[in-house]
Design a protein around this ligand. Structure first.
Ligand SMILES: [Zn+2]
Length: 467
């Protein structure tokens, strides 16, 4: 048995599923990643640990801090896919820098992996459509990972790993009935029905009417005589508490059918209209709802301003509110009015783990850019494939031509990458020469004075001591 149901494993399964891989495709890929790295994103190839004098953790930290500078060229396999070849390690490192993530960050590596796989069109197509783990596993092995040993024994072993993940994660009881790993406190209440009688397909957000921590909320539900509870409590400090397992039905929304299909979340709030919540609570709520959707296969949150849509789940609506089922203001106007925004942000996170860089608009050339880092590469042409000729250092530079997000330096030194705004920002129209600006100012004043320009010029020169 390979699959353990660990948080990392689940995160990988969910991530790849959301990216559109078929279950057999996800499993076949995961079997190979398991063979490469044990699914550890910080994994440094074992034989290099001694050679380089690093552990997985210290290598990762040294690359992140910039203390270790030979990441690209040390030939050591690293990460989920054990990236080894220098150009792939360079691209991984650039991607980590671009996204501001650690080189050992799971989601960054998964994003990068997907980006790479999409470049292997045949592999990507099989992963999207695979019906058997074996076909997915084989193509990843032979067309993507390409280790030295691709014998039938290796094929069989990797496919067996994949099959194990497949069996584990396509078993609905195992995948659906789990709780969020974001939980910071747990006190399970008796106020519930176990198990729920419907698959989870709805989110119901409530306001708890008190600026409580998750612990206070969970402890309340665990000790009160009142017939009330919620699956989760989000505290004013961003703490997240579990009061009723997701597998069970909470007593939260005054509606049995709703609570059987919904994950209910009580959020710490003010005690008076509009029942505002803290920033920390709101941020934690977004994280929690995203996690619930990912683990339960809710691909998109759909909110509607119409009660009819909500209570009948019309047009895909899968967010409901307590006020629809009882004479209550819950979730309070503060949260009610933010339901559309919550759906939008969660959907962005669900679909968007690949952070497409915002399209950059460039002013007409020439314009200037400010380089924010010491070592922005100057390349011989507009593209990563071109050779590095040097580096700019920090400062302001004039761009005279733009191609595919690369800018040609006025100095003629070469091209720099413009689209990573943590490296380089657009300042705007080229700064005119300050001497021209001053000369123009002086000229305007002389023109307006009625004096003889030649005479004034001669006197200015005399004052400045220039001939
Ligand atoms: Zn409520």
């Amino acid at each position: 048995m390979i699959a353990t149901g660990s948080t990392t494993e689940r995160a990988i399964w969910n991530f790849l599923t959301v990216k559109g891989l078929s279950p057999a495709g996800v499993a076949g890929l995961m079997g190979n990643l398991y063979a490469e790295s044990g699914l550890k994103p910080q994994n440094l190839q074992n034989s290099f640990e001694k050679k380089l004098g690093y552990t997985d953790d210290s290598y990762t930290a040294a690359v992140d801090s910039g203390q270790y500078t030979n990441f690209v060229h040390d030939s050591a396999g690293y990460g989920l896919a054990q990236w080894t070849f220098w150009s792939r390690k360079e691209a991984l490192l650039n991607y980590a820098k671009k996204t501001g993530a650690s080189i050992g960050d799971l989601v960054m590596q998964l994003d990068f992996l997907i980006q790479e796989l999409k470049g292997y069109t045949a592999v990507w197509e099989v992963l999207r459509t695979a019906r058997t783990v074996q076909e997915a596993s084989n193509i990843v092995l032979t067309k993507y990972e390409r280790p030295a040993d691709m014998s039938s024994a290796v094929k069989a072993r990797r496919a067996a790993y994949g099959q194990d993940f497949y069996d584990f994660y396509t078993d609905k009881e195992v995948t659906i009935m789990s709780n969020s790993s974001l939980v910071t406190y747990q006190n399970i209440t008796k106020h519930k029905n176990s198990p729920r009688n419907h698959a989870i397909d709805t989110i119901t957000i409530h306001c708890i009417v008190g600026q409580w921590t998750a612990k206070q909320g969970c402890d309340f539900f665990a000790t009160t005589d009142r017939d009330c509870s919620a699956n989760y409590v989000v505290g004013l400090d961003g703490s997240i508490g579990l009061s009723v397992d997701e597998a069970d039905r909470s007593w939260c929304s005054s509606n049995s059918a709703n609570d059987n299909r919904a994950v209910t979340i009580e959020v710490a709030s003010d005690t008076t209209h509009p029942y505002a919540v803290t920033e920390a609570a709101f941020a934690a709520l977004l994280d929690l709802v995203t996690d619930i959707c990912q683990r339960n296969g809710i691909k998109k949150l759909i909110w509607s301003d119409k009660k009819e849509d909500r209570v009948n789940h019309l047009n895909g609506c899968n967010m409901t509110v307590h006020r629809d089922y009882a004479a209550k203001s819950c979730p309070g106007d503060y949260l009610y009015e933010r339901h559309g925004a919550i759906a939008a942000e969660v959907n962005r996170r669900l679909g968007a783990a690949a952070p497409a860089p915002a399209p950059v608009e460039y002013p007409a050339t020439p314009f200037t850019v400010r380089v924010l880092i010491d070592d922005l590469n100057i390349r011989t042409g507009a593209g990563m494939a071109n050779a590095v000729k040097g580096q700019t250092g920090k400062g302001t530079f004039t761009i005279v031509e733009v191609q595919n997000g690369w800018g040609k330096l006025k100095s003629g030194a070469g091209w720099i990458y413009l689209e990573n705004q943590s490296y380089c920002t657009i300042v705007g129209d080229a700064q005119p020469d300050p001497a021209d600006v001053l000369a123009k100012e002086l000229a305007e004043r002389v023109k307006g004075s009625g004096l003889d320009p030649a005479d004034v010029l001669a006197r200015v020169k005399k004052i400045l001591g220039v001939s």
